[in-house]
Write a protein that binds this ligand. Structure first.
Ligand code: 7RM
Length: 636
């Protein structure tokens, strides 16, 4: 399964295109199937309908846990580093993790969860989060993890969309010097969630929480009533494994659905190859440290499923890179002798700002591979990472992928693919990228740019958007018929290397978090006195993109009121979505640049937000061109 030379990469790539079914069948055979599949792939991108390993039966936790017990039972599976460096962490061997997952699965069963039920998980970055995820998978329940920074309203929307029966949460969470309430937020959410029958509450901060009789139970109490014997439920390869909500250019976040067989094969294959992860039985396994939250796809695929499917040692960090000081990430690397570090450009840029002092006394010699994910990495950050963290001896893998792709699609293979700063380089085996122009016409050759699409399915591709298949078709498969459309712009240089240039739709990427402009506008518009708003992104030194909001208020506020109103708007956005969606800049305007048909010309607003007011292009189709001068004059 592991490619070891560039020639092998080229051969694997060629085979994956010429005979994709044989290519993936060979890889999938390395896993433990209860029943073999009868057809490797059935697909069309019109409906779309995509089925991998048709008729195959398996349980992903048998592959992530049971399969390793005989050979790696005593090897660390999961290392947990708490928020506070003074607190003692946890190391769970594969045997211990297996036992805990089985016990948690029995707790779910005791509380009425059966195969096919949806379970919401809203937890801090603690071992119990990974355990809860795997416990769902063990019994065939579909998990929907909601990032711990989302608001009560966001939780409620997600629970209702997926009709969850149960939610697993904690009293609170620690992040840096902050203590955040989780159960209180869940209580607010549940006022509007009739499908939820049970709440399982873990204690983390031991803050006082309301516990409703008949609905809320303590996780620690429940665990006392169960054994560690829990056979895995047999799943079809195409049964749902999980739902993960992600933002798009319109409407509320969509529930991206991944299924058991394809997702398992794809995350394991990409994990092993991109990071060149090798764990010889009986030796210390390399430590893989992915700094994402499990609430995002990166955490699902490269903290939990991919590493465990490969028998790796995965590190789970509860805290933040800048607390107690800006050396914390390097302390974690030093303390646990981390071998693979996988983080986001925004973290690198923010740590760059602290200079080299926090790095200088840290032993980073264990590092072998560095990874980047979530947003384009600028050359400066790439070189800083390479020079000061990798000491020019660790390959950097700039991995491009999406919630919808399940795993990495375009990336170097560490130490094998020649890298170029800011380039995701080449497609992985099984991935067939294509650039198209606005009309969907293929842009061939090198030294070109266009919209990035993929023309053939890979095992980790999205299957549907939960409860609304038509939305899946519309969003990803209708723009360019016959192709999966990523929403990203991309250039292919003279060497055929890919560089992702950012979203071409109305999706923002703020510190690696995906946020729809429409979502933020809706939240702002909920504030009293707001008539209308338009949100765009602008370049931000640390976050990659910042959020710029143009707001029409029913009364144009004077300077004093404007300041207060802005703060109120931020509070409203926090309440509706969560703090990550708060605009960085709010400009009050008396009108927005609209065409005669009533469409906001975002192109103009983007230019002004970027500070590029020199040439705004053609404004002749505007209903009221004067409004542009006013907005320009008041730009922040
Ligand atoms: C894994 C993840 C997806 C969007 C995607 C891109 C952007 C992600 C890179 C990147 C440039 C990268 N999933 N993106 N990785 N852009 N280079 N290496 O982030 O669903 O949350 O976001 O993120 O725009 O479409 S996601």
């Amino acid at each position: 399964m592991r490619i070891q030379t560039y020639d092998q990469y080229q051969a694997a790539y060629q085979k994956s295109v010429e005979d994709p079914e044989a290519f993936w069948a060979e890889i999938a055979q390395e896993f433990q199937w209860r029943k073999p599949w009868t057809k490797t792939l059935q697909w069309n991108f019109e409906e779309p309908s995509i089925k991998w390993f048709v008729g195959g039966k398996l349980n992903i936790t048998e592959n992530c846990l049971d399969r390793h017990l005989a050979t790696r039972g005593d090897q660390p599976a999961l290392i947990w580093e708490p928020n506070d460096p003074a607190e003692t962490g946890v190391t769970l061997t594969y045997r211990m993790l297996h036992e805990q997952v089985c016990r948690m699965a029995n707790v779910l069963k005791r509380n009425g969860v059966v195969k096919g039920d949806r379970v919401c998980i809203y937890m801090p970055m603690v071992p119990e989060l990974a355990i809860a995820v795997l416990a769902c998978a063990r019994i065939g329940a579909i998990h929907s993890v909601v990032f711990g920074g989302f608001s009560a309203q966001s939780i409620a929307d997600r629970i209702n969309d997926a009709q969850c029966k149960l939610i697993i949460t904690a009293d609170g969470s620690y992040r840096g010097n902050k203590e955040i309430s989780l159960k209180g937020t869940v209580d607010d959410a549940l006022i509007g969630c009739p499908t939820v029958e049970r709440v399982i509450v873990m204690t983390r901060t031991r803050t006082p929480v309301a516990m409703l009789k008949g609905r809320d139970v303590w996780m620690e109490q429940e665990l006392k009533h169960v054994t560690s014997d829990c056979p895995a439920v047999e799943m079809d390869a195409e049964d749902m494994l999980f739902i993960l909500y992600t933002s798009g250019s319109t409407g509320k976040p969509k529930g991206v659905v991944h299924t058991c067989g394809g997702y398992m094969v794809y995350t394991a294959y990409t994990f092993q190859n991109v990071f060149q992860y090798e764990a010889p039985v009986g030796e210390r396994a390399p430590v893989h440290f992915c700094t994402a939250d499990i609430g995002w796809i990166t955490g699902h695929s490269y903290i939990v499923y991919g590493p465990l499917a490969c028998g790796a040692t995965t590190l789970l960090f509860e805290g933040v890179p800048t607390w107690p000081d800006a050396g914390r990430m390097w302390d974690v690397v030093d303390k646990h002798q981390v071998n693979v570090l996988y983080t986001a450009p925004t973290a690198i840029r923010s740590l760059m700002g602290f200079g080299l002092d926090p790095v200088k006394d840290k032993d980073l010699s264990s590092l072998k591979v560095l990874g980047s994910v979530g947003e384009p990495i600028n050359e400066e950050a790439w070189h800083w990472y390479d020079d000061n963290i990798g000491k020019n001896r660790c390959p950097i893998v700039d991995t491009w992928w999406q919630t919808e792709t399940g795993g990495i699609l375009i990336s170097p293979l560490a130490g094998i693919t020649h890298t170029k700063p800011s380039y995701a380089t080449l497609p992985l085996p099984g991935v067939q990228p294509i650039l198209v122009d606005e009309n969907g016409k293929e842009i061939e050759g090198n030294g070109v740019s266009g919209n990035l699409c993929i023309k053939f399915p890979w095992p980790g591709i999205i299957r549907t958007t939960y409860g609304d298949h038509e939305r899946c078709r519309q969003t990803y498969f209708a723009t360019y018929p016959g192709l999966y459309f990523t929403g990203d712009g991309c250039l292919r240089d003279e060497d055929g290397y890919y560089r992702i240039t950012g979203r071409v739709d109305d999706v923002l990427n703020v510190s690696g978090h995906r946020i729809g402009t429409a979502e933020v506008e809706n939240a702002i518009n909920m504030h009293t006195g707001v008539v209308e708003s338009a949100v765009v992104g602008y370049p931000h030194d640390i976050k990659g993109q910042g959020i710029y909001a143009y707001v029409i208020a029913d009364q144009f506020p004077d300077d004093h009121d404007a300041d207060l109103t802005k703060r109120d708007i931020l509070a409203t956005v926090s309440r509706v979505i969560g703090p990550i969606a708060k605009p960085d800049k709010i400009q009050f305007v008396s009108g927005l640049p609209k065409t005669r048909s009533g469409k906001i010309m975002r192109r103009i607003l983007r230019k002004i937000a970027e500070g590029d007011t020199g040439n705004l292009g053609d404004t002749s189709t505007l209903l009221d061109p004067a409004v542009v001068d006013e907005i320009k004059a008041g730009a922040l």
